[in-house]
Write a protein that binds this ligand. Structure first.
Ligand code: OAD
Length: 301
């Protein structure tokens, strides 16, 4: 444990903060799902480290809207690696559910697109999926929306899915492009023809605004929260990372993360695997039980 406040230097104080809080704002990232074998993004074995073979200038470009518009096959070639597992959740997701059951959860702002909070029974209105999710997908051209699962087969097979309503126009554009290429003519009109009518999961790409819900709730939640807990995130992506600085100083701020974070200041940093930290805190310190099959195993380890 590292700590900033002299009066806030023991696990005892974390325990008190959790016991007394009525409106906990939980900010989560990829680290809360890694125990299920889902890679995080920026660790040495993380998702971005596995993108080297694509030869992109920046591995984050797999989530760049501009790159998707020009070459949707880049995203379609890697998306199968981040498809959410069915029905699973971690003890940490169970902890968020426990806060909800105790009436303490103000909101969980998650940067994760795996939707595993729902598997743990966290209510829709208690979650803000800051970077969207795989739950729905939309046509990049006409915005026709479908349930996300309809795309899963395509994503697994690394095969681009197209919108049925844009199909005729897409074919006509491609035919025009073929003709122009034969004639050696170039037009900017065809710059994004590769992605015309392509379906894209509604996850927030770099270059896209965050979902509306983020903007409608964040201001009042920051004013209302009486405890901030950040878990399993490197806090490298704005505007979510800015939440930490916007929460007033008198509100206790706790970090639970495998690696330290140097660019944000917390009252208490608890460094370790979040499932273990949270099982210890709840099971041993608070006497709370998380509804998860591994809870007792971790508690007794
Ligand atoms: P990162 O990969 O940047 O950070 C994950 C953090 O979790 C790291 O600091 C790890 O040390 C920590 N971590 C990993 N496993 C852990 C564990 N078992 N227990 C505790 N901590 C653990 O992921 P995010 O911060 O979520 O955006 O990344 C933010 C955004 O960047 C993502 O939403 C994604 C990405 O670009 C989009 O997809 C649009």
């Amino acid at each position: 444990i590292r700590t900033r406040l002299p009066s806030f230097h023991k696990i005892e104080h974390v325990k008190n903060a959790l016991e007394n809080a009525k409106n906990v704002l939980v900010l989560t990232g990829a680290g809360i799902s890694t125990s299920l074998g889902i890679p995080d993004f920026r660790s040495s074995q993380g998702f971005y480290a596995r993108m080297k073979h694509l030869g992109l200038d920046d591995p984050q470009d797999v989530f760049s809207l501009e790159v998707f518009k020009r070459s949707p096959e880049v995203f379609y070639s890697i998306a199968h690696m981040i498809l959410p597992p069915e029905a699973a959740y971690t003890p940490l997701h169970g902890f968020i559910r426990l806060l909800q059951d105790k009436g303490k959860l103000l909101r969980n702002y998650t940067q994760n697109i795996d939707n595993l909070e729902a598997n743990a029974g966290v209510l829709k209105e208690k979650i803000v999926q800051c970077h969207g999710s795989f739950a729905t997908a939309s046509c990049i051209t006409c915005k026709y929306k479908v349930p996300g699962e309809t795309l899963f087969g395509h994503l697994r097979r690394q095969e681009i899915a197209y919108c049925p309503f844009c199909e005729n126009e897409r074919k006509s554009l491609l035919a025009q492009l073929d003709k122009m290429e034969d004639e050696g003519v170039y037009s900017r009109k065809f710059e994004y023809v590769n992605s015309f009518g392509v379906m894209k999961p509604d996850i927030t790409f770099f270059g896209e605004d965050l979902p509306e819900q983020f903007h409608t709730t964040i201001k009042s939640d920051i004013e209302k929260c009486d405890l901030l807990i950040c878990i399993g995130t490197s806090l490298k992506v704005a505007p979510v990372s800015e939440i930490v600085n916007l929460v007033p100083n008198h509100v206790p701020q706790i970090l639970i993360n495998k690696d330290p974070i140097y660019h944000c200041e917390f009252d208490v940093d608890i460094l370790g695997y979040c499932d273990h930290v949270i099982t210890y805190l709840t099971g041993k310190e608070l006497g709370w039980r998380i509804n998860h099959k591994d809870f007792d195993k971790i508690l007794n380890s």
